[in-house]
Design a protein around this ligand. Sequence first.
Ligand SMILES: [Fe+2]
Length: 268
Amino acid sequence: MRQKGLHSFFILISLIFLLGTSQSMAVLDEERANHIFNDFIELYRLYGGNKYMLEEPIIQSSHVLQAAYIAQTAGAPDDIVIGLLFHDVGQIIDADRIGDTQSLHYDHDELGALWLKEHGFPEYIWKFVRYHTLAKVELCALNDQYYNKLSKASQESYHIQKSKYAAPQEQHHFEIFRKNPAYWDYLNARKCDDMAKIDGFNTAEQEPRGTLPGFEAYRDQVVRVLSGKSNPATNPNWKETIESHYQLMATNFPKFAQKIKRAETIKR
Ligand SMILES: [Fe+2]
């Protein structure tokens, strides 16, 4: 009798373990992945035309497309490129808060990460989205010149985000972030976010002679990451390439903008 009870107990524990494992490794079929991407594109069709930040020259959709494109041309892994494409989804998922930039600076990272997690994105990607504002605060702490090179609007949001994570009940997020194995990947990817503010670099949909690849250029990659088949970097030195773009951006913005606009379009 006692043996039977023990047997049932072990079966129950195994089921709980299997359930937990299958949830953390959730992969989606292609149809579901395409459906999620269609919903995401629709969000940007509805709200992506809003200014990224009031003082910024570019609109929301150009910002995320530029961020993904900079990483793409550097040969970054699928997960980084798609993480950048989705990193600001928290800015537009709540129609009632669209344009409420002050409050969205505070928590769009959390909202976005939750959305990605709920939609089955890999942990590596939703954690990048969760930490992308922390990464900016961290980059400023590591190098005081980093702050000076941020756009004016991004400097303003930095102060909101810095004071949020300085609060005693929030400080543990820094420790968790620093222990993440992808810490350096995330810091590097964050630089693409801060570079993605090139005025006049838009898609053909937004302006007749626009050359910035649009959302559809990323469909295969989105399906890959959601179906658990992400491709690794095409350039083993992708982080160094992003860093060299960043250095050019920090020293000669017009030259950097020209270089990115003329970068070869990569289809993967
Ligand atoms: Fe951003």
